[in-house]
Design a protein around this ligand. Sequence first.
Ligand code: RRO
Length: 292
Amino acid sequence: MLGNIKLTSFIYNASGAQCTTKNHLDELSRSPYVGAVLTKSCTIEPREGNEHPRYSDDGFGSINSNGLCNEGYKFYGSWRPPVDGVRKPYIISVAGPTQSDTITILTSDELRSCDAVELNTSCPNIESNDGGHLAYNSNDFYEYLRIIMEATGRTIVPYGLKLPPFWFPEQFDNTIDNVLNEFNPSFITCCNSLPNGLFFDSALGQPDIKPKNGFGGVGGRYLKPISLANVAQFKRRNVRCSIVGCGGVSTGRDVREYEQVGASAVQIGTELMRNGVDVFEAIYNEYRYGKK
Ligand code: RRO
């Protein structure tokens, strides 16, 4: 469950991984092992994103500076699951990225077609929020959300917050006091990618990805202990909302670990990028029937 939303499986895709186009969304919707369909973070207008190469996988984890490539909120608001798909929760990730664009998207008729919104407050790769700074300052974060909530009359569909990785006790405490207790999201997703990492190809003498001098958001197994700790830290503090784990899940055991430290659901990103939608069947079976 994400708040009051019943998922059809404990696992679903992370925003950004194979969820940008109609084909991606149709495919996710058709898999019985995928518990919800979550979109790529959207903006008002479609965006091409950053120059290529902007994604790389070193076999352990991933780095990206995709630059919010997406088809625009009207597309995501008008997408409907294919008729042969199982009806499962549809969650639209909204990036804004500005406050006024976020308000426009959240108050649009198009957004009423989804079951929930995941508000992306932590994109590490766009100019206006370089490194995901916003959510690292809980006073700014409060002010940002206060204006959005006032403008939307708090009437938007159930929503969650995609948070950046935190480390220090006061980051969890301040986010809970200034943000979660003030705005009561239905869920939080821990975490977005680690900002401004670098994968470097020594044979070529250059970074793996081109935008931003090679600096990008790190995901996959590099992120797992950090995301797992973030879920556990919020859980220990008895947050009222559901917690979604996201970071480095590639086996059923990973899913169980997230569940055991307090996650209500788990998202899969790098592994989905690597091996496509079939990963859900394998990971679901391992999780459910206890192998790996
Ligand atoms: O598109 C991206 O560059 C991106 C986004 Br919006 C995000 O939230 N997290 C990420 O790692 N990449």
